[in-house]
Design a protein around this ligand. Structure first.
Ligand SMILES: [Zn+2]
Length: 315
């Protein structure tokens, strides 16, 4: 785990964040993992609490612990280990919830047999499980099986979806699929991760409007480092279907994602000759900017940081 020191984030930024944050936090998108890999080391809720303490201080912090997507989970034994690990974490942190992984080929029975803890309240899918080498261009149905919708609809679970394709939500295949499935499975709540992966902010402009009628389509703002996409979504969708998230432990890396041309770019700290912040700090600052620009009141801020996630995962 990366070292978290106050000097790294600057005491001034921490004070601004502390003044902004409400009393209770519910992180709708953070990761836990039983695996040690190049992309994510073994990560527990306790690691998270140790690292977020510098921001959260004495606040209550609850989490949705999403299994980190790793290729190893295609192995049934590793999938079992992942579910066991999730259960052990939920037994230790009884106020938290979790999302287990679903694979492209999963059946309803495959998914149901992983729902072995009452606080497993969601399903996570990811493009690396699509059967194609260029999985960053996969259609959603290539990595999110319809079985996941069937189960989520029946058991009132969430599905966290990280869109791919350069155009993200503005790609017609993505948008049309979301509308079709949201209509067909009204009791499943679809969470569009990273503000519908709007690291390139333009991808939600005009398009999010089409999701307004679908009350089971929600957004988490994890890892978004700039305000425009969040501001646009809040303006169109309102504050009741948007949630704060960190994408922990990814958020411990220094740097920032910015919209540039018709793409987005992750600026690594190593490219800059001044002290930078980590993605978590950038995320908090961008949320604060958004709240100011959107004129959010205290109760709307409390909804985004706590109440909405609490309502969604404990329906
Ligand atoms: Zn994530």
């Amino acid at each position: 785990m990366k070292d978290c020191t106050i000097s790294k984030y600057s005491t001034e930024a921490l004070k601004i964040i502390d003044d902004f944050l409400p009393e209770k936090l519910f992180d709708a998108h953070m990761h836990i993992s039983h695996l040690n890999t190049a992309s994510c080391s073994y990560t527990t809720f306790q690691n998270y609490y140790d690292d977020i303490k510098v921001y959260s201080k004495n606040r209550i912090v609850r989490c949705n612990g999403i299994v980190f997507p790793e290729a190893q989970l295609k192995n049934p034994a590793e999938m079992d280990n992942s579910v066991k690990f999730v259960c052990s974490q939920l037994d230790k942190y009884t106020d938290n919830v979790a999302e287990i992984m679903v694979l492209a080929t999963d059946t309803v029975a495959d998914i149901e047999k992983r729902l072995v803890h009452k606080n497993i309240r969601g399903l996570k899918c990811y493009c690396i499980y699509a059967k194609r080498p260029d999985n960053m261009y996969a259609n959603i149905e290539e990595y999110l099986p319809e079985a996941a919708w069937v189960v989520a609809n029946e058991k009132k679970l969430a599905i966290t979806l990280h869109l791919v394709k350069d155009e993200a939500l503005s790609h017609p295949n993505n948008l049309n699929y979301i509308i079709k499935m949201a209509k067909k499975y009204p009791d499943a709540i679809l969470i569009l991760a990273h503000a519908a992966r709007a690291f390139a902010a333009w991808t939600v402009f005009d398009v999010v409007d089409k999701l307004v009628p679908y009350e089971n389509v929600w957004f988490d703002f994890s890892a978004i480092c700039e305000s425009p996409a969040m501001l646009y979504i809040l303006k169109k969708i309102g504050a009741k279907r948007c949630m704060w998230g960190t994408d922990y432990p990814i958020c411990l890396f220094d740097g920032k994602a910015v919209s540039i041309a018709d793409k987005f770019h992750w600026i690594p700290a190593a490219d800059l000759n001044f002290n930078t912040w980590n993605i978590m700090t950038e995320g908090f600052m961008a949320m604060r900017q958004t709240a100011i620009l959107a004129d959010l009141n205290k109760s709307q801020i409390e909804d985004i940081f706590y109440n909405n996630a609490n309502k969604l995962f404990f329906r």
